[in-house]
Design a protein around this ligand. Structure first.
Ligand SMILES: N=c1c2ncn([C@@H]3O[C@H](COP(=O)(O)OP(=O)(O)OP(=O)(O)O)[C@@H](O)[C@H]3O)c2ncn1[C@@H]1O[C@H](COP(=O)(O)O)[C@@H](O)[C@H]1O
Length: 108
């Protein structure tokens, strides 16, 4: 699974380094961070809507759109795929992440 993600990230990086005619990825890099973040926002909303509708194919399609646009954002900000996977790996050693409920305030 990580291999597909890594391969997609490599394609994105390649487009960043060598823009290609007719490439949507190159178009995004050319437009800049505001456009990229606008797409991340749009695609996030579309994932939420698809999940609310519980429409299986739509959830998968919109999640794929969101991941792609997140990868473009990471590349634009100079963050490597390995930095994110290292963070995920670090977290995998921790369990019991549920925050304890705050005690009720009884003294004012
Ligand atoms: N994974 C993706 C991918 N996911 C989504 N998209 C594009 O993201 C866009 C999102 O659709 P929207 O309707 O929201 O946006 P739009 O109206 O087309 O574009 P805007 O005017 O809103 O920017 C579509 O044009 C999709 O084709 C992607 N474009 C490219 N890739 C990958 O990037 C590779 C290189 O693609 P190019 O850069 O186009 O050669 C491809 O082989 C894929 O692996």
């Amino acid at each position: 699974m990580t291999n597909e993600f890594e391969a997609l990230f490599q394609v994105v990086k390649h487009r960043q380094e060598s823009p290609a005619e007719g490439s949507y990825t190159s178009y995004l890099f050319d437009q800049g961070i505001e456009k990229i973040l606008k797409k991340v926002g749009e695609e996030s909303s579309e994932v939420i809507i698809a999940a609310m509708k519980n429409h299986r194919e739509e959830i998968i399609a919109e999640t794929s759109d969101l991941l792609y646009h997140l990868f473009v954002m990471l590349a634009e900000r100079g963050i490597s795929f390995e930095e994110v996977t290292a963070e995920i790996e670090n977290r995998s050693h921790k369990v019991g992440n549920l925050k304890q409920e705050r005690p009720d305030i009884t003294d004012y």
